[in-house]
Ligand binder design. Structure first.
Ligand SMILES: [Zn+2]
Length: 69
């Protein structure tokens, strides 16, 4: 199945079209292609971190309320 052939991925370094989405390095300039994946994981990590912060704040707030009453 060639579902990915219509999607052209451009190298962030030399901006040449790449058709292999699983390639770790650019065919033309040899630079690593993990920038897109890194940004995606960073965004995901930020969302998780925000969620953890809210959760911790909620737990602390609940604990303080428990101590007060
Ligand atoms: Zn390149």
């Amino acid at each position: 199945m060639d579902a990915g052939t219509d999607k052209v991925f451009y190298c962030p370094h030399c901006h040449r079209p790449l058709y292999d989405h699983d390639a770790l390095r650019c065919l033309y300039c040899g630079e690593r292609l993990d920038i897109k994946a890194g940004a995606l994981s960073l965004l995901k990590w930020r969302k998780i971190r925000v969620f953890i912060v809210i959760l911790v704040l909620f737990v602390v707030l609940a604990f303080v309320l428990l101590m007060v009453f």
